[in-house]
Design a protein around this ligand. Structure first.
Ligand code: ZN
Length: 313
């Protein structure tokens, strides 16, 4: 996808999912649509619009199908959604998503606490989702988002071998991509470089996105380490909104605005216009009044010596 669209790094905007599911207030659907449009207009080429979960569990996500339909009207953005199980996958496929991400905890205690499933039960779920995709929705991509891979609030240490074994299992089960997520903000750059390098050597081009939370301020340092390890897809959230609602104390995704500045400054094309991206925050402020938004670039602006990678836009 990256070459085709004249970019070096694909930023996958997860604010509409990871961000909105972690706040208690529900953003009105019409404002969500305006926000999604503004994000796509800013040049973001992949957006995770929501989560196909029971509205009883997460009422903020009840409009996911409507948001998929809204964004599918345009050709310049890849529409993805989070899906925890077969039922969610079915709904997401029917709604017209182009890719689903299935979160899977490498830490089994976290998996049990989070979705009440053992690893064996998770494997069965993934198999049935892959079977459904293969049979009826062959064009939809499936990514396994391995979570708690850099550590877990329940289990503490998560052995790297467990992460690799799980990634290999996912590939065996037929998923297209395996991403790694620092669900609770425990990762450090040395660990990130090591684990992504190992992942790439084990599953090659099926190694997917890096998902970092900035809970302990290591987010952008971890991004640089992931780049060193050859990662080309990075998740981020506008205003740093988000975090995992099930991991106590975990909050704050890395901020998309700051990530675009980092990457473009380093000479890596993202396709994103920083001014338009910062302007998109207005929809978020309107939709979630009083919700704190993070980021350095929206406050400080870009430096006087800043220029976009590959020339001005
Ligand atoms: Zn997250």
């Amino acid at each position: 996808m990256n070459d085709k669209n004249n970019i070096d790094i694909l930023i996958s905007e997860v604010g509409p999912r990871d961000g909105l599911q972690s706040v208690n207030a529900a953003m009105p659907t019409e404002l969500k649509k305006q926000w999604l449009t503004a994000l796509a207009d800013a040049g973001l080429q992949e957006i995770e619009v929501g989560s196909f979960v029971s509205p009883k569990l997460l009422p903020q996500m009840a409009d996911a199908a409507e948001l998929v339909a809204h964004l599918r009207q345009r050709q310049d953005v890849f529409v993805t959604a989070l899906v925890p199980n077969l039922k969610g996958a079915q709904a997401a496929f029917m709604a017209g998503v182009q890719k689903i991400t299935m979160p899977i905890s490498v830490s089994e205690p976290h998996s049990l606490a989070n979705i009440r499933k053992t690893h064996e039960q998770v494997y069965e779920e993934v198999s049935s989702v892959v079977a459904l995709r293969n049979e009826r929705f062959p064009h939809v991509e499936i990514e396994s988002g391995l979570s708690t891979v850099f550590g877990c609030t329940i289990q503490g240490e998560v052995p790297e071998y467990d992460v690799i074994r799980m990634a290999l299992r996912m590939v065996e089960l037929g998923v297209d991509e395996v991403g790694l997520a620092d669900t609770v903000g425990y990762a450090n750059p040395a660990q990130v470089r090591r684990l992504f390098t190992r992942l790439r050597s084990e599953i090659g081009a099926k190694a997917g996105s890096a998902h970092f939370h900035n809970t302990r301020g290591q987010g952008l340092a971890n991004v640089v380490a992931a780049l060193d390890a050859g990662v080309t897809i990075i998740d981020a959230s506008q205003g740093g909104l988000g975090g995992c609602p099930y991991a106590p104390g975990a909050s704050g995704n890395i901020v998309t605005e700051d990530l675009v500045y980092l990457l473009e400054s380093m000479g890596l094309r993202t396709g994103v216009d920083i001014d338009k991206l910062v302007a998109a925050r207005e929809w978020l402020k309107q939709g979630l009044p009083g919700e704190p938004l993070y980021g350095f670039i929206p406050d400080a602006g870009v430096g006087k010596n800043f220029h976009y990678a590959g020339g001005a836009r």
